[in-house]
Design a binder for this molecule. Structure first.
Ligand code: HEM
Length: 507
């Protein structure tokens, strides 16, 4: 009798506590403070915006855009159970400040590092301080004009010729649809593995998907989900139990690990045989790490995988979205073709040095590429962790331990930033009254990031994309296979969820 009373009393007390907590934390996650001076998106008692995050998990960038429209505020905070405080800003001056002006205060934070660690280890995307500095310095040596003119352009042209002969010309002949997105991923993978690591992978010659690429994509998707699933160690464990025969994160990690280790093993063999290489891999194999020691196999594995995501995914996606926009905007396609025909002849296409020079003058082609990245930035959402209390330029108070998020995808669609025609695809906005290309500030257009960690490969990516655009637009007319849902897949970057089927004919 007395134990029944005790149990009943404890039950009532627990219920009263929960009700009390729910009344106090009535619009936010338990133990989260209200943050004065920042517009906030109210959530449910005790869990805050967790249900909203789950609801939007497949279109997360829309969530941020809608929040901006709902509150007409460029800076908003979300309270989410289990996730550190997040402050989202679309305000260009804030973004520039975090990336550049107060760079020292904003790092890749512990939760970021934890979620990314399995796949990216201590590679450049996941590193801070000295660990980051030595990688940036080592890699930067390959991005010089001589390499661009004499080597990189050659590699891109060689791979494009392979793609033309083996994929596009055949598709013209047989009139069969081709997944353009898949081909671009193979093209950038082959090109980057060749110029960065000296390996001929020939993904373009492989039917269907390449096992390394498939596992790499899956591992990235899982990595991103970890950012929006605070209890990811539990959910991943349960998913392993529920589907024991499905390849899980560990299985995919093994495939990508094996690939990266093979690349370095092969190079060690080549060096033993007296071969001389001057590519990205050899730079790192001859470099010293943050402790002044030669890099071990784990460090080299991290380097290889970080550079594959940098060199493959971003550019393949940018190219896919470019052709999607060209197919759906014939006016822009016609104007681009006009510029290509005016600047590039068969002779120029046959000589990489001349092609490299011709591309420099092609303003409209650059403008098209920048405008695509405004609509479809390859890194659509990003975040940094505040080391100390701070105040952003718009007056938003930041506390030590906050994550500041910015969303280039949403930024590119906001009228307050880009004017009333923000949603239009208009490459002309990148050309000034004198007909010169104009670049926007890194805060307004952070497609290539900003400040000391600005994308190292932006010129390489632009060159690769423009070489591909020139060859493909000049030679072929692509059309979208009707009835497709062309949309993004939520991941660390911005792949197309269902690919993009096209039909192709010769011009
Ligand atoms: C359209 C293509 C590309 C876009 C839009 C792009 C964009 C970006 C962005 C937004 C970042 C910052 C990521 C972060 O730290 O959170 C970044 C970093 C980086 N990118 Fe790119 N990228 C592209 C292509 C490339 C290519 C082809 C390379 C070739 C090596 C490359 C190399 C890097 C490296 C090494 C970093 C890390 C820089 C650092 O932390 O110091 N990127 N890129």
């Amino acid at each position: 009798m007395s134990s029944a009373i005790t149990a009943g009393t404890i039950g009532k007390a627990a219920l009263a506590t929960v009700v009390g907590l729910a009344a106090y934390y009535n619009d936010r996650a338990i133990f989260d403070e209200n943050r004065k001076g920042i517009t906030y998106q109210p959530g449910l008692p005790l869990v805050g915006n967790l249900p909203l995050l789950i609801q939007y998990k497949d279109q997360i960038h829309e969530l941020f855009l809608e929040a901006y429209h709902r509150y007409e505020a460029l800076t908003i905070t979300f309270s989410v159970l289990g996730v550190p405080r997040q402050i989202l800003t679309l305000d260009p001056q804030n973004v520039e400040y975090v990336l550049k002006n107060n760079f020292e205060n904003y790092i890749k934070g512990p939760e970021f590092h934890g979620a990314m660690n399995d796949l990216f280890g201590n590679g450049i995307f996941n590193a801070n301080g000295d660990e980051w500095k030595y990688q940036r310095k080592t890699a930067s040596h390959i991005f010089n004009v001589k390499n661009f003119r004499d080597q990189f352009t050659d590699v891109f042209v060689e791979e494009i010729h392979y793609m033309i002969d083996n994929i596009w010309d055949k598709a013209v002949e047989t009139q069969t649809p081709v997944d353009f997105h898949e081909i671009m991923f193979k093209f950038t993978l082959d090109s980057f593995i060749l110029l960065g690591f000296g390996v001929h992978l020939n993904a373009l010659g492989t039917k269907g998907s390449v096992p390394f690429a498939e596992s790499f994509d899956e591992a990235q998707r899982t990595t991103f989900q970890r950012f929006i699933t605070p209890i990811w160690p539990v959910t991943e464990f349960l998913s392993r139990l529920a589907q024991p025969f499905k390849t899980g994160m560990n299985g995919h990690l093994k495939v990508v690990d094996d690939f990266a280790r093979q690349v370095t093993e092969q190079r060690r063999e080549q060096l033993k045989n007296g071969e001389v290489h001057k590519d990205l891999l050899s730079r790192f194999m001859n470099a010293s790490n943050a402790n002044g020691e030669p890099l071990n196999n784990d460090e080299l594995r991290d380097i290889v995988l970080n550079f594959v995501i940098a060199g493959r995914d971003t550019t393949a996606q940018a190219l896919s979205w470019t052709f999607y926009m060209l197919m759906s905007h014939p006016r822009v396609e016609a104007k681009l073709l006009e510029e290509i025909n005016a600047n590039v002849t068969e002779d120029i296409m046959a000589d990489s040095g001349s092609l490299f020079e011709a591309i420099k003058d092609m303003k409209y082609a650059h403008a098209v590429f920048y405008e695509v990245l405004r609509h479809y930035p390859s890194v659509p959402l990003n975040q940094k962790f505040a080391l100390q209390d701070d105040v952003l330029p718009d007056g938003t108070p930041i506390r030590k331990g906050d994550y500041v998020l910015w969303c280039p995808y949403a930024q590119g669609r906001v009228e307050k930033i880009w004017g009333p025609d923000a949603k239009q695809f208009k490459p002309e906005r990148w050309i000034n009254e004198n007909g010169d290309l104009k670049r926007e500030s890194q805060g307004k257009w952070p497609a290539f990031h900003g400040g000391p960690r600005t994308c190292l490969g932006q010129h390489l990516a632009t060159l690769e994309a423009l070489v591909a655009i020139i060859f493909l637009v000049r030679k072929y007319k692509f059309t979208l296979v009707p009835g497709q849902d062309i949309t993004y897949q939520v991941s660390l970057t911005l792949p197309m969820k269902n690919g993009m089927k096209v039909m192709v004919e010769k011009r």
